[in-house]
Write a protein that binds this ligand. Structure first.
Ligand code: NAD
Length: 374
């Protein structure tokens, strides 16, 4: 259901079930599109939806939100969600690299598919495994698109990534925010970026040749509670939160690169809200979904330390993988299409993410006596 939450004087909204809610920096309008989406959502609460990757970070949050909105939801993944059970009406363990499993996942007169399943991880992971990632995801996306079409799905949303953007446009830390057209001429991230860009094209071909309705969303660095924070697949906010939680006052923590590389980060509640709005929109081409709050990785570390209430020192590992030098989201088109953009600040989001990671480490008995003294 459409929620427009009132902000208190701190900009942090009251009464959100899943964390901080929306602080509107600019551009929010109660536009007719938004109102219509709200109505449609109410009328269509009986819709039957499939979320692939429902055992993963964003997929699990999306299933929770869709269930809270009253939809019937099937979740599919190689694994169940790690930290809590899925509220999906059906949850099936299926390997979506296989064509027969994609047909099974999309069976039974479903209305819409959110295709979030992918072999992916943080910068260390996606730079280490080009062949596996590209092959696995090409199979998932090609089979899921065709199975969805054959089974009469009405709308298919593909989760793409900011890794599709041309690397030559991301060479400065003080980067110009990336507009959707900056993905061409193509020069994406090796492996993961190429297969995402190709799957975007495939979505366009399915519309051109079959009039099969597709939506394409380019996420920019999503973070939040219930996300992987250890083991090699975690992203920077989770990895740094873990390092900070495990450190004692005055310790050094390792930071990959010189810390001057820049990114923007989107809290998962904004991501889920954007996904639902983009699915409901009539826009078929790629859209950025991210914030344009650009920070250096050093600034991210300082923010996490601030939220944790710790003073730590940074040791920069210049050999560590760091990806492109700078990346930010240009939300002009998103605002034009939706009358909405993500607005939860990094500080607000970290206030919900850091304590969750710290608590998980505490439960696992991994916090030292000093690090856990508060
Ligand atoms: P995630 O790794 O937590 O979730 C992906 C899920 O897909 C996992 O649970 C995994 O088990 C599942 N999966 C992988 N291979 C599968 C297979 N063969 N069959 C069935 N399921 C399979 O990642 P996430 O952060 O939730 O990302 C969701 C989507 O968003 C992905 O498509 C990802 O590429 C995209 N994305 C995420 C980010 C981000 O910052 N999190 C950024 C850009 C794009």
């Amino acid at each position: 259901m459409l929620e427009v939450t009132k902000c208190d004087s701190d900009g942090e909204a009251a009464g959100s079930a899943t964390g901080p809610s929306f602080r509107r920096r600019r551009g929010f309008q109660g536009s007719s599109q938004v109102t219509k989406k709200g109505k449609d959502t109410l009328m269509d609460a009986k819709k039957r939806l499939l979320v692939t990757g429902a055992g993963g970070f964003i997929g699990h949050h999306l299933v929770k939100r869709l269930k809270a909105d009253g939809y019937w939801v099937r979740g599919v993944d190689l694994k169940s969600p790690e930290y809590e059970p899925s509220p999906a009406d059906e949850f099936e363990i299926l390997d979506l690299r296989r064509w027969d499993n994609c047909l099974a996942a999309t069976r039974g007169g479903l209305d819409e598919v959110y295709n979030l399943a992918a072999d992916m991880g943080g910068i260390g992971y996606i730079t280490a495994f080009h062949a596996d990632i590209a092959r696995n995801n090409i199979l998932i996306n090609a089979h899921m698109l065709e199975a969805s079409r054959q089974n009469g799905i009405k709308r298919f949303l593909f989760s793409s990534s900011a890794c599709v953007y041309a690397q030559s446009k991301q060479k400065d830390a003080d980067v110009a925010p990336l507009r959707e057209e900056d993905a061409y001429p193509a020069e994406p991230e090796p492996g993961y970026g190429w297969e995402k860009l190709y799957a975007e094209e495939l979505c366009r071909y399915y519309w051109q040749d079959y009039k099969f309705e597709t939506r394409i969303v380019r996420f920019h660095n999503v973070y939040g509670p219930l996300g992987t924070f250890d083991g090699g697949k975690e992203k920077a906010p989770a990895a740094l939160s873990r390092k900070v939680a495990l450190a004692n006052e005055g310790d050094y923590i390792e930071v990959w690169g010189d810390g001057k590389q820049t990114r923007s980060f989107m809290y998962v509640d904004d991501c889920v809200e954007g996904l639902i709005r983009i699915m409901a929109s009539e826009y078929r081409d790629a859209l950025n979904l991210g914030t344009d709050e650009l920070v250096t990785i050093d600034e991210l570390v300082d923010l996490v330390c601030d939220v944790a209430g710790k003073r730590l020192r940074k040791r920069h590992n210049l050999q560590g993988p760091q990806g492109v030098r700078g990346r930010n989201s240009d939300n002009t088109r998103l605002l034009e299409v939706l009358g909405w953009e993500p607005s939860i600040t990094l500080r607000q989001g970290l206030r919900h993410t850091y304590p969750w990671i710290e608590e998980e480490l505490r439960k696992a008995g991994r916090l030292s006596a000093m690090a856990s003294a508060d």
